[in-house]
Ligand binder design. Sequence first.
Ligand SMILES: [Zn+2]
Length: 254
Amino acid sequence: ASITYEFAGFTSALPNEDDGMSTLGFLEKPELDRVLASTSFLIDDATGALIEADIFFNSAFPWSVAENGESGRFDVQSIALHEIGHMSGLGHSALGETELRESGGRRVIASEAVMFPIAFAAGSIAGRTPRADDIAGISDLYPDGDFRQLGSISGRVTKDGRPLFGAHVVAFDPASGALVGNFTLNAQGQFSIDGLSAGPHILRVEPLDDADIDSFFESTRTVDLEYRVTYANRLIVVSRRGDSGPVDIEVARK
Ligand SMILES: [Zn+2]
């Protein structure tokens, strides 16, 4: 991607203050007992311009900046990378699996995106490395020359012949192991997955995890989850700088 960040210096300014500065910093928010960090935006209502974006890290949690991570402490770099993804315009990726913990909340079993909404457990530094899905997302927003050499898969998802909104569509490249996902994002049930390397891909459509719709879509949107994981009935061949042409997938009923 063509976006870079550099350290500008230390400040005594606090995050989440409307001061025209984009600030990363710690705040003590024990009442937010499921929030490690979050990114907020201040937008000019009249022009739509972004005035500032702040990232706050919740100092109610234990943190670490140790090179190899630290048992029982959350890795600042990993969580900062996720939040800087938001600051740069990325939403959440659904490429991950979680399970319920007995103590409440969810534990990540596996994740293929830094932008997965739930962090790895304390002690992990796995979130320091952007994955294929993160790289495709940020490159789509800030493309460079390399990104423009890549290809895409687009198409439409239906259920009972009708367009399906909010379906998670994932392209898997068996040659590299890369997974890149997107959603059907309009009333026509259309999707587009960009930033794919040339070659055959396996395409899978799956419903979002019903425990966590709010991390992906506004609560005003209705997302149908009543269908089974469905694969495209052929390998989809991606060409350099080209699109696959429309791939239509009718999902299987539950
Ligand atoms: Zn997030």
